[in-house]
Design a protein around this ligand. Structure first.
Ligand SMILES: [Zn+2]
Length: 506
């Protein structure tokens, strides 16, 4: 079955790619910057002798090189375009032209290959005006080959035009770059690719949902060739009716709904079972949890962008329905909470990389523990909330902000003997008599007083620090204020008798 689909796909691909390869400048998708520069040079008859086309794969570098080669050799040019019908154009179209030579530098990178080229450039073109050398993946040439090529570029014969194409300009020597006119090619925006696929679907009479085309274009990642190739796979797979759901099935993407569920569980008071269930489900269905980490990170990026008010489909890479779902999820969530989740998942991603996790089970362990940790973190009171509570606490004492004086006055009025006895009873262990306690208290009084003073000072330092220091720096130090306060303040000074009443939320 799989074998059949593969064969079917490749046949479709050849057919579509051949049928829709642009043969004129005006048919090329995007790259208007490079095209208009070339068109102007043609109009004003000032074409250079060497061009370098630089940009990602599948965006039209070789296509434009071929159109240019046809135009300079066309016997009957139509303005800036080649006629595509004369002898020269036809030979170039069917690949039999002796005037246009295409070299794949990935497989002809040796010095001998370039020496051959240097020998051949001497010969004049046979039909057209120029001998055109299109060298694809030119960054793959060896150092010696670059040196040999440079000699030709330095003194090119009148009848030669070089068009070099590369995806990695940083690997090309400066000496070569300085001899070329450099054109940068860009990825094609998703919306533009979608429109292009829509035109093809119409011409081919294929029924396809708009959202499906958007997802196909997204998968193409800015490349016309890749989008087209993926479109053909989908055509074979769907057999007539192409829907967004079927495209998702084939891209093997995790559904937005699962991501939304996980985020919803994190933000709400979910049980650990609820929290982990989606991950266990993915695992049991044989899903790739390593890839899930990456996709979830991408999803969180989108949540943050939508939270910041961005709605551009192209930028978000999402169909309208999904944007709406995510808007509903994030609309009432504080930004910091989203950022906390993003930050933790980003760390998870880095950890999974450094740990070199080998399988989806290892990924599952990391994800589960991370989700529990994030949930815990999101539902602990924030520093703001703690300071707010402390101020509420101080109001219960004096109606003022907390000061040493008004905070500790109350604890000084405690009867330590009574408290200790009470504590004994509550803990129900090793119950002591009143005289035993009195003796112990007296012995410990001096030491305890000094301990109390230390603790008191420490607490006040903490509080001042929390109030004055920049909150971000404070958190970065991973200082757990809440625990500090509980152990140093509440644990020491608040007894059962003067227990703080539960603070109102506001
Ligand atoms: Zn022609």
């Amino acid at each position: 079955m799989v074998f059949f689909i593969l064969i079917n796909m490749s046949e479709h691909y050849k057919v579509l790619a051949r049928r829709y390869r642009p043969q004129r400048f005006q048919d090329v998708v995007e790259q208007t910057h490079a095209i208009s520069a070339l068109e102007n040079a043609i109009k004003e008859n000032r074409l250079g002798s060497a061009y370098l086309f630089y940009g990602p794969r599948g965006v039209g570098k070789t296509t434009i090189a071929r159109i240019l080669a046809k135009r300079v050799n066309c016997l009957n040019p139509q303005g800036v375009e080649p006629c595509n019908e004369c002898e020269s154009c036809k030979e170039i179209l069917n690949g039999s032209s002796l005037d246009v030579i295409e070299i794949d530098a990935a497989s002809n990178r040796r010095i001998e290959d370039i020496r051959d080229l240097r020998e051949n450039v001497k010969f004049k073109p046979i039909i057209g005006k120029k001998k055109v050398y299109i060298i694809d993946e030119v960054h793959m040439l060896t150092k010696e080959s670059f040196n040999a090529l440079l000699k030709t570029l330095e003194e090119p014969p009148e009848h030669v035009l070089f068009i070099l194409a590369t995806t990695e300009i940083n690997k090309i020597p400066e000496t070569i770059l300085s001899r070329c006119q450099i054109f940068t090619f860009r990825k094609v925006p998703i919306i533009r690719l979608q429109k292009y696929l829509e035109e093809i679907a119409k011409k081919e009479n294929i029924q396809v949902e708009k959202d499906a085309l958007f997802l196909i274009a997204k998968k193409g990642d800015g490349s016309v060739r890749d989008s087209l190739s993926f479109f053909e796979q989908i055509i074979s797979y769907c057999d007539g009716n192409i829907t967004a759901d079927k495209v998702r099935e084939l891209t093997d993407s995790f559904s937005i709904d699962i991501m939304i569920q996980i985020t919803h569980n994190l933000l709400n008071n979910s049980s650990p079972d609820e929290l982990l269930k989606p991950i266990v489900d993915i695992f049991n269905d044989g899903g790739d949890l390593e890839r899930f980490i990456w996709e979830y990170l991408e999803f969180l990026r989108i949540c943050i962008l939508i939270h910041k008010g961005i709605k551009d489909k192209d930028l978000l890479g999402l169909i309208g329905e999904d944007i709406e779902k995510i808007s509903n999820l994030v609309q009432n969530i504080p930004f910091e909470k989203l950022f906390t989740i993003f930050d933790e998942i980003y760390q998870l991603k880095s950890r999974s990389y450094f740990l070199r996790i080998k399988n989806t089970y290892e990924a599952r362990i990391l994800i589960e523990v991370s989700l529990l940790k994030i949930h815990d973190k999101l539902h602990k009171p924030s520093l703001d909330e703690i300071i707010h509570d402390l101020n509420q606490l101080s109001k219960l004492f004096e109606g003022k902000d907390i000061t040493e004086e008004n905070l500790f006055k109350h604890t000084n009025t405690e009867n330590p003997i009574q408290n200790e006895l009470k504590k004994n009873l509550i803990e129900n262990t090793n119950i002591k008599t009143k005289s035993e306690v009195e003796k112990e208290i007296t012995e410990n009084t001096n030491q305890e007083n000094s301990e109390k003073n230390n603790t008191k000072n420490e607490f006040l330092n903490l509080l001042n620090k929390a109030k004055s220091e920049n909150k971000q720096t404070f958190i970065q130090k991973e200082f757990n204020l809440e625990d500090e306060i509980q152990s140093k303040f509440l644990g020491t000074y608040i007894t059962d008798e003067n227990k703080i009443p539960k603070l109102p939320n506001n």
